[in-house]
Design a protein around this ligand. Structure first.
Ligand SMILES: Cc1cc2nc3c(=O)[nH]c(=O)nc-3n(C[C@H](O)[C@H](O)[C@H](O)COP(=O)(O)OP(=O)(O)OC[C@H]3O[C@@H](n4cnc5c(N)ncnc54)[C@H](O)[C@@H]3O)c2cc1C
Length: 394
């Protein structure tokens, strides 16, 4: 394949070392491995283990808990490599929650919580899932209905979550639930609390959702029925959970953008290779400008998205505001990647539709990046309001 097309920019020696080391791990898991995982909807334990053994899960976690103490810039280089690997989005989703999920614990947890919760996540001994989305709330998180009711030194939780990824494998959950009824709160964003607790299957049923792509990594509807959560599993103050989640949105958007750019880059590299090799009308199809131009355009679009992602990561790591850049990066990356995957399928003609060439798998995975963790529409609403000064529309 055309390796230079899938290699992320690495502007420091650290980034280059991370890129090369993570690439070496990813190269052990080829298209045949991921294609089988996708076909069988089987979790990629071997890959997950290899990343954990390499010590990569703690890349952005503090060193005193076993992490590497690096920034979102370095973590995004790592995640772009995963996105550009044969596993594309599935490879990223296998470890995504370990990389970004503990952020709220680092920032808002007590020292005792950090010592108890972070090392097993960083070593890959525990797997966590992320329970925010609900069937009846959608993107309007303040409307979520899962209730956590205080009962002495514990909370009892009842409710439903939707799309919770990796809940079939996870033993812990980052859970957002309402602790004060919305009518009793000054603002709808008040009264939500954040927990990091055992996913006790006596009280939680995880029903897998059959979906279009990323079959190797499950997503689930959760039915929570009387789950007891000890008070010491609440992160930060009661009622402040929404704000804690907001804090971690920017790094998540940046990492997600990097992952997505990786997917588009891999599809583009496959398309360029095929366009050079496939002979029709006695010449490579890549000699036709109708094939060349869309691929060249995708290269430029992915590069622009990568620069915006690096800019957002740099601002975040410097402790500067980066909401506009992080959202713009996520938007540009998803659009560029989806388009590149679509073009890769079409460049392959009929064979683009055949599983053998893998581009149809990349395409199916890229579709999800325009929907989650936040949709393209909601990003544009945010930019219109916060950057352009237009009235809030949601
Ligand atoms: C593969 C996958 C994995 C996921 N993993 C997780 C996970 O691990 N944990 C988790 O909590 N969630 C997860 N999600 C859920 C994901 O974050 C949500 O699907 C996403 O936030 C969108 O919410 P929704 O599906 O309820 O869409 P809805 O809120 O129902 O929106 C539907 C459509 O309407 C549009 N829309 C809604 N309101 C407006 C408005 N005011 N203006 C303009 N457009 C609007 C949206 O943009 C969207 O296109 C996952 C989703 C997918 C697809």
């Amino acid at each position: 394949m055309l390796d230079h097309l899938i290699t992320p920019l690495a502007e420091t020696d650290d980034c280059a070392a991370i890129r090369d080391a993570v690439t070496a791990i990813c190269d052990r898991f080829d298209d045949a491995y991921w294609s089988q995982k996708d076909r069988e909807a089987a979790f990629p334990y071997e890959f997950s283990q290899a990343i954990a053994e390499g010590g990569w899960l703690g890349i952005a976690m503090p060193p005193q808990y076993g992490g590497a103490g690096l920034g979102i810039t370095e973590a995004s280089v790592m995640m772009q490599v995963l996105g550009a690997s044969a596993g594309t989005f599935a490879a990223c989703s296998t470890v995504h929650i370990n990389i970004f999920g503990p952020h709220a614990i680092v920032v808002h947890g007590t020292e005792a919580q950090r010592q108890r919760m972070l090392p097993p996540l960083i070593k890959g001994e525990t797997r966590a899932c992320f329970g925010v989305t609900e069937p009846d709330a959608g993107l309007d998180t303040t409307k979520l209905k899962t209730r956590a009711v205080r009962d002495g030194d514990r909370y009892i939780v009842n409710g439903r979550k939707m799309w919770t990824s990796t809940a079939q494998e996870a033993d812990y959950i980052v859970l957002l639930a309402r602790t004060t009824a919305i009518e009793d709160c000054k603002k709808p964003t008040d009264g939500l609390s954040l927990f990091y607790t055992k996913l006790d299957r006596k009280y939680v049923e995880a029903r897998e959702i059959h979906k279009m792509g990323r079959a190797a990594v499950d997503s689930n509807a959760l039915f929570i029925d009387g789950l007891p959560i000890p008070v010491e599993d609440r992160i930060g103050e009661e009622g402040m959970g929404f704000r804690y989640i907001l804090d971690s949105l920017n790094p998540e958007r940046i990492l997600n953008a990097a992952e997505t750019i990786g997917i588009g880059r891999r599809a583009l590299a496959k398309a360029a290779q095929y366009a050079n090799e496939r002979i029709v009308f006695d010449r490579p199809i890549g000699k036709n400008q109708a094939i060349q131009h869309p691929l060249a355009e995708s290269w430029a679009e992915l590069y622009a998205a990568e620069l915006m992602t690096l800019r957002a990561a740099k601002l975040y790591d410097e402790g500067k505001p980066c909401g506009a850049e992080a959202n713009a990066a996520k938007y540009l990356a998803a659009e560029a990647s989806f388009t590149a995957c679509d073009r890769a399928v079409r460049t392959h003609g009929g064979m683009g539709y055949a599983c053998e060439y893998n581009v149809e798998r990349y395409f199916r995975e890229a579709v999800a990046t325009r929907l989650a963790p936040v949709s393209r529409e909601l990003i544009l609403c945010y930019l219109a309001e916060r950057v352009l000064g237009l009235p809030k529309s949601y």
